[in-house]
Design a protein around this ligand. Structure first.
Ligand SMILES: O=C(O)c1cc(=O)[nH]c(=O)n1[C@@H]1O[C@H](COP(=O)(O)O)[C@@H](O)[C@H]1O
Length: 308
């Protein structure tokens, strides 16, 4: 799957991921109204609104982008109907040949991580039958329980040819509270970055490892150091747009070959129609606003890479 991701990035010239993080308040009135007319103001109604919203955004952007990243919490908040909308979204994006990064941020003791890995990336056995319950292509993993929490995910990736993005340095304001703590003079995130490189060394695709890392766009200097520490890891870079990251901050997350990083934007794309820059589209044409925002993001990052 890492080879597919790299090839799609090369084909599209777009090292970007559209984050499918639908909140009800981003979903235009007319989409909500239609869903509620059919299912009432229920969890099912919310899930239908989310699904219709996602579908339109995917339809309007899928030819421009290599990948999407649905964030499971946004679906889980609507319970079982929400999770069904998550699964529908994953399946639809895979049908459109997009690489799907399940943003699930799991990680637990080994036996529990194994169950998460099977449910999201692998296959589960039920009597004589086998099922792939969620079947994303990549998953985000929290490594802060240590190797035995990560190994079951790696094992399933090896079997299924899937991949991981492991949290190394997160984009949020408090990420330094623990991640920047010094151990023998070195920040914890660097030690985690070294671990990601080690875990990924025998998990190589053609050019890059299928064990990638997450490093926030909001910490470009740290991204530069981590790029060197993990030369073969693809870096998922969230924090562009709504959290303040811009193309010019991100060049050092990429290798000299222009590969090695994929930048996520969620609210900046899916709620583009609410921004002044795209207001002319109006809520009716929210998908077109997202398409324009994707194009602007591609130009911003492409321009920054060309200028470096
Ligand atoms: O793993 C992630 O994707 C992630 C890691 C991180 O350090 N920071 C971060 O924002 N994310 C996710 O990236 C997305 C960012 O959303 P926007 O700020 O709306 O672009 C959300 O789905 C977050 O959960």
């Amino acid at each position: 799957m890492i080879n597919k991701l790299v090839n799609k990035i090369k084909q599209t010239g777009a090292p970007i991921v559209v984050g499918l993080d639908p909140m009800l308040n981003y979903i235009p009135e007319h989409v909500q109204k239609k869903a509620f007319a059919e299912y009432g103001e229920t969890l099912e109604g919310a899930a239908e609104a989310i699904w219709q919203f996602n579908k339109e955004i995917v339809d309007k952007t899928c030819d421009l982008i290599p990948a999407v990243k649905p964030q499971i919490a946004m679906y889980e908040q609507f319970g079982i109907p929400g999770l069904m909308a998550f699964k529908k979204t994953v399946d639809y994006c895979r049908e459109k040949d997009l690489v799907v990064i399940g943003d699930i941020k799991r990680g637990d003791i080994g036996s529990t991580s194994a169950a998460y890995a099977v449910g999201h990336l692998g296959k589960v056995q039920v009597g004589s039958k086998t099922y792939a319950p969620f079947d994303e292509d990549f998953a985000t993993v929290n490594p802060y329980l240590g190797s035995d929490g990560v190994n079951p995910f790696t094992e399933v990736c090896r079997q299924e040819k899937k991949g991981l993005f492991i949290l190394v340095k997160t984009s949020n304001p408090s990420s330094g509270e623990f991640q920047d703590q010094l151990i023998d003079g070195r920040p914890l995130y660097e030690l985690v970055g070294e671990k990601v490189a080690a875990w990924g060394a025998d998990c190589m695709g053609d050019e890059y490892s299928y064990i990638g890392a997450v490093v926030g766009a909001t910490y470009p200097e740290m991204g530069k150091v981590l790029r060197r520490i993990m030369p073969k890891a693809y870096i998922l870079v969230p924090g562009y747009g709504a959290q303040g990251g811009q193309g010019k901050d991100l060049v050092h997350f990429f290798n000299e070959d222009g590969l090695g990083a994929i930048v996520n934007s969620s609210r900046g794309i899916i709620a583009a129609y609410k921004q002044d820059a795209y207001a002319q589209f109006g809520p009716e044409n929210f998908g077109d606003a997202s398409r324009a925002a994707v194009k602007a993001m591609i130009d911003d990052i492409g321009g920054a890479l060309a200028d470096r």
